[in-house]
Design a protein around this ligand. Structure first.
Ligand SMILES: CN(C)C(=N)NCCC[C@H](N)C(=O)O
Length: 252
């Protein structure tokens, strides 16, 4: 802890068998995915994040989307509880890793929670009500993050996989995303991303962000605003409804 650690897992050669819900399945080039992942990890490292590899899970096609397996809030790690059976086996290796990092590990005992539905901005934790994350889990998460001084705001989603499919935040805490995909009534101002992939921003530092190559207009706009923008192509992961946030858990 305190070392700006990025948790990642190498992509499975079976990535192409991962779950798709809202888009059509397309063939995945596993070798290209591996190269894209290397570039993504290198970008985290060059922004000063110490990379910690989770044990490989080559039999778990979605195992590379580590964001869904845990929510880290200060020294607390709340393990995800996948609704989809295919992803349940990803949790134990994340549990071991966050325990080794010295985080206090807790679980959700009822309901379902994917970390992709949880966006932390300052002392606010936004939690998406999705097909993967339900009310029982959100209630428990509310109590757990309250122990770290956080206030949870539930957010209803419109037909999208995860909250972070719809929106993320910039380093100054302002929200960016696709308003049609979220109930904005509980949110402060949600800036409209230039393209849907521009809803996915990873905050690497105070002025440093990472976005996917599928969001060129957002990248240009953020650059014009003075951000140091790293662009990575994660096209093979996008075929499985992944985005740049899903591929790591950043432990500040
Ligand atoms: C913010 N997002 C989108 C995520 N955190 N996770 C993406 C998981 C994709 C995987 N195929 C699945 O359907 O579970």
């Amino acid at each position: 802890m305190g070392e700006r650690t990025a948790l990642v897992r190498r992509p499975s050669p079976r990535l192409g068998d991962g779950i798709v819900t809202h888009i059509e399945r397309r063939p995945v080039d596993a070798a290209l995915a591996a190269r894209q992942h290397e570039t993504y990890v290198a970008a985290l490292e060059s922004a000063g994040w110490r990379v910690r590899w989770l044990p490989p899970a080559d039999d778990l096609p979605d195992g590379v989307f580590v964001e869904d397996t845990v929510v880290v809030c200060d020294d607390l790690a709340v393990l995800g509880r996948p609704r989809v059976p295919e992803r349940v086996e990803e949790i134990p290796s994340m549990e071991g890793t966050v325990a080794e990092l010295g985080l206090e590990v807790t679980r959700i005992d009822e309901g379902f929670l994917d970390g992709g539905d949880v966006l932390q901005v300052g002392n606010t934790v936004y939690a998406g009500r999705s097909a993967r994350t339900n009310e029982d889990a959100i209630c428990q998460l509310t109590r757990q993050v309250a122990t770290r001084g956080r206030r949870l705001v539930p957010v209803a989603l419109n037909d999208c996989l995860h909250l972070k499919t719809a929106m993320t935040a910039l380093p100054d805490g302002s929200l960016i995303g696709v308003p049609e995909l979220v109930d904005t009534s509980a949110l402060p101002y949600l800036r409209v991303a230039q393209e849907s992939a521009g809803a996915h921003v990873v905050v690497l530092g105070e002025k440093q962000v990472l976005v996917g190559a599928s969001a060129p207009r957002t990248a240009d706009q953020l650059t014009a605003e003075g951000y140091d923008v790293t662009v990575v192509d994660i096209g093979e992961f996008e075929k499985l409804e992944g985005c740049v946030t899903c591929l790591s858990v950043l432990v500040p």
